[in-house]
Design a protein around this ligand. Structure first.
Ligand SMILES: [Zn+2]
Length: 116
């Protein structure tokens, strides 16, 4: 499953960060997911449970911020929000556009309890 490999790569990053920060586990993780990232949130939740088992993220609370996808028109330079890659420029009706935001999946925050 696509989402499970995404979770595994997040775990990978978190494991490296844990070594850097010298902690055993994280209490919170904040993710930023673009509306055009192709990630299905329900599938991600499902994959998360399996993927984080035994890792530094096992007990971490997961917060997700959705990022609205935006595109820039290649013909007139207009920047607009898109719901799909087949949207057209609202200003000049061009199909030529470049997605400038909303395809990403980023780790925004990683927090740990400082007591342990
Ligand atoms: Zn345009």
């Amino acid at each position: 499953m696509h989402e499970l490999s995404i979770v595994m790569s997040i775990v990978d990053i978190a494991e490296k960060e844990a070594i850097k920060a010298n902690v055993d586990s994280f209490s919170n993780i904040g993710l930023e997911i673009g509306t055009q990232s192709g990630i299905v949130l329900e599938a991600l939740d499902f994959a998360w449970e399996t993927g984080v088992k035994g890792s530094v993220l096992e007990k971490a609370h997961k917060g997700i911020t959705t990022v609205q996808a935006k595109a820039k028109c290649n013909d007139c330079g207009e920047i607009f929000e898109i719901e799909s890659l087949y949207d057209i420029c609202p200003k000049c009706n061009s199909y030529m556009m470049e997605v400038i935001q909303g395809k990403e999946l980023k780790i925004r925050t990683l927090e740990f309890d400082s007591e342990n």
